[in-house]
Design a protein around this ligand. Structure first.
Ligand SMILES: C[S@@+](CC[C@H](N)C(=O)[O-])C[C@H]1O[C@@H](n2cnc3c(N)ncnc32)[C@H](O)[C@@H]1O
Length: 321
């Protein structure tokens, strides 16, 4: 593993506030709780691995849903607190917290289920999924289950000129000077913000769907086509979001970060364009979405949206740092 990149990454997860923010996201936390509690056929008597256990919350859900043994692995300073949490809840005989990098950690037995909350902004930011896939390939029994077991990424067109002006308008006049040259840089990072569903001006398209029981790490570099049908005459941004699904034998839970669903801490990723694109209602626009880990910092992502419309091809590059 890249030591410098990971020092910052795990230091970040050693702070309490990021865990507070995740735990307070009721949609996120309750989706995991319902999915785990609602699938006794998976968890009752099972051996479970919790990749990136943080405070230990998912391990607690698994143990209270009848898991025989839970291994919670985390490389941040949070593992020390997870251990205390487990003891305080009288579950130390079931949950074993292991401090370490998942890829460098040995689990003493094969497991029936892997639970993990690995999703970053735009699904793949932070590049935690490869660690979960590596754990799956080393420790999941044949026929075992990843939970969540499916993830899907979506795109739609957005027209929200007020938000764009709020986000980038300041560069036009700073103390009477024109700093608009900065706009290009400011726009090259997608914004994490809630997109208003009434500002969505196309249908939405599925970019890619992952079956997490079989996805390989090299499938996480994306170059995928999309086609959107406009409902209006202009867009000035694309919006991207994800769903993950817990498709169990006893029940199914969908954790959605769609702009049409209640907001989560992930909100959506909004990719503003330097100039709006004119649309003709019902005439589809075609494009490609490209996303891959940055060559020097694999936890960051380089992104590109290519749009072919009315005989013109436009390319927009972004970075999630
Ligand atoms: C998004 S948080 C989720 C925490 C907890 N599972 C929850 O749901 O509240 C991800 C956690 O995974 C840990 N993590 C990420 N990659 C890891 C790896 N390769 N090895 C060990 N821990 C990792 C981080 O330190 C962080 O605490």
């Amino acid at each position: 593993m890249d030591v410098d990149v990971n020092t910052d990454y795990f230091d970040g997860y050693g702070a309490f506030d990021v865990h507070e923010m995740m735990l307070k996201d009721k949609i996120r936390t309750n989706s995991y709780r319902s999915a785990i509690a609602g699938n006794p056929s998976i968890f009752s008597g099972a051996v479970v691995l919790d990749v990136g256990c943080g405070t230990g919350i998912l391990s607690l859900f698994a143990a209270s849903s009848g898991a025989k043994k839970v291994y919670g692995v985390d490389n941040s300073g949070m593992s020390e607190y997870a251990r205390k949490v487990v003891e305080k809840n009288n579950l130390a005989d079931v949950i074993q917290v292991i401090h370490g990098i998942m890829e460098e950690t040995e689990i003493p037995e094969q497991v029936d289920v892997i639970i993990s909350e690995w999703m970053g902004f735009c699904l793949l930011y932070e590049s935690m999924l490869p660690s979960v896939i590596d754990a799956r390939d080393r420790f999941l029994k044949p026929g075992g289950t990843m939970f969540p077991n499916y993830a899907t990424l979506f795109i739609a067109g957005l027209c929200d000129r007020k938000s764009a002006k709020r986000a980038f308008g300041l560069w036009d006049d700073i103390c009477g000077f024109n700093l608009s040259a900065m706009k290009q840089l400011a726009m090259s990072e997608p914004r994490t913000a809630a997109a208003r569903s009434d500002h969505i001006v196309t249908d939405n398209a599925e970019l890619i769907a992952f079956d997490l029981n079989t996805t390989t790490a090299d499938q996480l570099s994306l170059d995928v086509p999309f086609k959107l049908t406009p409902k209006s005459d202009q867009l000035n941004a694309f919006v991207i979001w994800f769903d993950v699904r817990f498709d169990g034998p006893d029940s199914r839970v969908v954790l959605s970060t769609s702009p049409f669903q209640p907001e989560t801490h992930w909100a959506q990723a909004i990719f503003y364009l330097p100039e709006p694109i004119g649309l003709e209602p019902d005439v589809p626009i075609a494009g490609r979405f490209v996303m891959h880990p940055n060559a020097t910092n694999y936890r960051s992502q380089d992104l590109r949206i290519v749009v072919s419309h009315q005989g013109e091809v436009k390319t927009y590059d972004y970075k999630m740092k």
